[in-house]
Write a protein of this length. Structure first.
Length: 357
C-alpha cells in the first residue's frame, strides 16, 4: 500500500476540520468495492496514525462479513491512539456481527471521523456511545458527498421501504406505444442493454398484472450475448389478478412473488422487511403512474427515442396534477446518449440537498 498523509498530527485538527477530507475520499473509494445490492450499506474505513498516514484500509463486503471498521482494525497489530475515518457513523447494534462502536473502543481508537449519520432505528447511536467512552468524534466530514454516494441505502433505511426507481421508454412526444399497441422496440439496443444492467443492480423488479398478461415478460437481467447475469432481481407482481400458469415469469431464476394486492405502501413495507432495498419499477403506464401519484418515486429513468408516435398511449397517465402549479417538480441529474436514444435521470426536487448541506 502506498503511504500517503491524509490528516494532521494528533490534537492539531479541531472538530469539523477539512484536514480529514482526503482520507474520507479514500474511504469512499474503498466503500465502492462493496456490493451495491442487499440490506447493508457500502462503507469504507481508513486508519490514520498520529502523522495522518494511512496504516490500514477496510470495506464491507456484504451481509455476514466484517464491517469496514473491523476489517481495517484486523490489519494492524495495535490500533491504540489511531484515528478511524469512516463513511458512515459506526453502528451501535448487534446483527450478523457485533457493534462497530464497541470494536473501536476495545481497540483503543482515539478519534473517529465519520461523514453521514446512521438513520437506522436500531443501528444508530454509535457516535454517542463513542463519546461516552472518551473517544473524540468528528462528524459531517464530506457529508454531502457521502450522502449522495449512499443515497439509495439512506433513503431506504430512513423511509423503511425500498428505494424506488421508475423506468419507462417512450417517443419524444411521450408515447409508450403506437396506436395499435405495438411497443417493441421503441428504444435501441444500447438502451435495452442499459436496462438489463439496471435490473441486475436492483433487488427486485416490480411489474403490474396488466403488463404480465399483455406482454408475458421474462424480467431477467441478461448480458450482451443474451446470457443470464449473476445478479438477478426478484420479480414482484402487483395486482389482484393471478398470473397464468404458463407465464414466462415462472421460469425466472429467482422465482416470482405475486402480491395479490394494489396497496403500494403496504407492499413496499413488506419488501423492506424481507431485505429488499432497491426496487425497479418496470410495469407500464398504469403502475408507473400509481407510484408517482402516491409520491413513492425516488428516481426516474426516462429512455427517449428519436421518434414521434402521437395518439393517446402515453407513458404516464393521471398522476393527480390538476393544474400546472401542482406539477411534480423534478431535477435532472444526468443526461446520457445511448446510440440514438437519450437517457434522462431525474429525482424529485424536494429530495435535492440544499446547497451547503
Amino acid at each position: 500500500m502506498t503511504v500517503e498523509s491524509y490528516g494532521t498530527a494528533r490534537g492539531s485538527a479541531p472538530q469539523g476540520s477539512a484536514a480529514y477530507e482526503p482520507a474520507m475520499r479514500r474511504a469512499l473509494e474503498l466503500a465502492a468495492n462493496g456490493p451495491a445490492t442487499g440490506i447493508n450499506p457500502q462503507v469504507g474505513c481508513v486508519l490514520l496514525d498520529a502523522a495522518g498516514v494511512i496504516v490500514a484500509e477496510g470495506w464491507h463486503r456484504g451481509a455476514g462479513t466484517p464491517h469496514a471498521e473491523v476489517d481495517a482494525l484486523s490489519k494492524v497489530r495495535s490500533a491504540l491512539g489511531l484515528t478511524a475515518v469512516v463513511t458512515l457513523e459506526p453502528c451501535n447494534h448487534t446483527g450478523h456481527t457485533g457493534p462497530c462502536s464497541e470494536a473501536l473502543i476495545a481497540a483503543g481508537i482515539e478519534r473517529v471521523v465519520y461523514a453521514v449519520q446512521d438513520p437506522g432505528v436500531g443501528s444508530a447511536g454509535g457516535a454517542q456511545r463513542l463519546r461516552e467512552a472518551g473517544v473524540d468524534v468528528v462528524a459531517g466530514v464530506l457529508e454531502a458527498e457521502a450522502a449522495e454516494f449512499q443515497r439509495v441505502w439512506l433513503v431506504a433505511t430512513g423511509k423503511r421501504r425500498p428505494f424506488v426507481t421508475v423506468k419507462w421508454a417512450s417517443s419524444l412526444d411521450g408515447r409508450a406505444a403506437a396506436a395499435d399497441g405495438s411497443s417493441q422496440w421503441i428504444t435501441g439496443t444500447a438502451s435495452r442493454q442499459r436496462v438489463h444492467e439496471q435490473r441486475a443492480a436492483s433487488d427486485a423488479i416490480l411489474v403490474g398484472t396488466g403488463t404480465v398478461l399483455a406482454d408475458d415478460p421474462s424480467l431477467t437481467a441478461r448480458g450482451d450475448a443474451g446470457e443470464l447475469m449473476p445478479q438477478q432481481p426478484l420479480p414482484v407482481v402487483i395486482g389482484e389478478r393471478p398470473i397464468p400458469g404458463d407465464a414466462q415469469l415462472w421460469e425466472h431464476p429467482r422465482g416470482v412473488l405475486e402480491t395479490g394486492s394494489r396497496d403500494l405502501e403496504d407492499i413496499l413495507g413488506w419488501l423492506y422487511e424481507q431485505g429488499i432495498r432497491r426496487a425497479f419499477v418496470e410495469g407500464g403506464p398504469t403502475l408507473a403512474s400509481a407510484f408517482i401519484a402516491a409520491g413513492l418515486v425516488d428516481e426516474y429513468l426516462l429512455y427517449l427515442a428519436p421518434m414521434l408516435l402521437g395518439g393517446d398511449r402515453v407513458a404516464v397517465a393521471d398522476i393527480g396534477v390538476p393544474s400546472l402549479g401542482d406539477a411534480r417538480q423534478l431535477r435532472i441529474t444526468s443526461v446520457d446518449y445511448l446510440g440514438n436514444d437519450i437517457l434522462v435521470t431525474a429525482r424529485p426536487l424536494e429530495d435535492t440537498p440544499k446547497e451547503g448541506h
